[in-house]
Design a protein around this ligand. Structure first.
Ligand SMILES: Cc1cc2nc3c(=O)[nH]c(=O)nc-3n(C[C@H](O)[C@H](O)[C@H](O)COP(=O)(O)O)c2cc1C
Length: 306
């Protein structure tokens, strides 16, 4: 049997598959549809210190080969997450990566300190890149992301690194001129891995209702852009990359791995086919078997060497 296991910092995943934050809830909705134990790691929906209501409807809009979402980080907050959701995740017995977002650095640190004390959490993914939250601090109400500013990224990751020994993953935004700069800042500040990419700022018009929907674009439409980001970042940092963006099948997953992703996150595809993660795990195993490749690690970044 080929070896599918990979290491993301100190996280050991039995295969490179994780579910991208926000598209899998807390896993409960999927428990009767797939064998959750088979997934390499679960990445939770982003949580915040206090409960968050999220944005008004409409929050999801289908576009050509893509999905525009504006959920606005709706979540029950840390306390309810720990009390009601974590026990379910823990029972699956696979690594749990908790995605977090905060209003400011102090809150990020507080949230991380509290998560750091919980044994059942294996990794923390910093959502530095949510495109659906307006900053209350800017007069013009424009969306500004930590992951658009290399200095802010460095400052944030550094402060959080000081208060956690868990695997620390910085989730980056494609809404920048040069994503490699941001990945380098995260690496310099002590991140164990980078996760890329979050969604693209987008806008759609609901012609029937004559309304505009702004949000983050995901799905097959963004795959070539995500793949390019992974390819470029692989050349600029040493830490592992979790590649995400429009992965719909095994071939897509292989492309991300060969361009430099150590692990991959599947998001939107779960909404089309809830069995996608398992199908891709089986697909990767068959690919290795058919080509007599003993270890998936041989494929990571292999396009760079050909
Ligand atoms: C409905 C929806 C909700 C999402 N919520 C989050 C979230 O809470 N935190 C986060 O970091 N990313 C969130 N994302 C972004 C995904 O994790 C992923 O980075 C992005 O969708 C690209 O991957 P995909 O094309 O496979 O969906 C969300 C995406 C969608 C479609």
């Amino acid at each position: 049997m080929p070896n599918l296991s990979v290491n993301v910092g100190k996280l050991r995943l039995k295969n490179p598959l994780t579910v991208a934050s926000g598209v899998f809830g807390w896993g409960e909705e999927f428990k009767d549809l797939i064998d959750l134990k088979k997934i390499g790691a679960i990445t939770t929906k982003t949580i915040t210190l206090k409960p968050k209501e999220g944005n008004p409807q409409p929050r999801i809009f289908e576009t050509a080969s893509g999905l525009l979402n504006s959920i606005g980080l709706e979540n029950p907050g840390l306390d309810i997450f720990v009390k009601e959701k974590l026990s379910f995740l823990k029972e699956i017995r696979i690594p749990v990566i908790v995605s977090i977002w905060a209003n400011d650095l102090e809150e990020f640190v507080e949230l991380t300190k509290r998560l750091n004390r919980i044994r059942d959490i294996d990794g923390i993914e910093l959502n530095l890149s949510c495109p659906n939250i307006k900053s209350s601090k800017t007069k013009d109400q424009r969306v500004r992301l930590i992951a658009q500013d290399p200095k802010a990224t460095k400052r944030t990751v550094k402060a959080i690194r000081r208060v956690t020994s868990k695997a620390l993953i910085a989730k980056l935004s494609p809404n920048v001129t040069d994503i490699t700069e941001l990945a380098e800042s995260a690496e310099d500040a002590g991140a164990d891995a980078v996760s890329l990419i979050n969604t693209f700022f987008g806008l759609a018009m609901d012609w029937e209702k004559q309304t505009l929907i702004t949000g983050g674009l995901s799905g097959p439409a963004i795959k070539p852009l995500a793949l390019r980001a992974v390819y470029e970042v692989y050349k600029s940092v040493e830490i592992p990359i979790i590649g995400t963006g429009g992965i719909m099948n095994t071939t897509d997953a292989l492309e991300f791995i060969m361009c430099g992703a150590t692990a991959i996150g599947i998001g939107t595809a779960n909404l089309v086919n809830p069995k996608i993660t398992i199908e891709v795990i089986d697909g990767l195993r068959n690919y290795l078997k058919n080509r007599k490749i003993a270890d998936i690690k041989e494929l990571i970044g292999s396009f760079h060497h050909s």
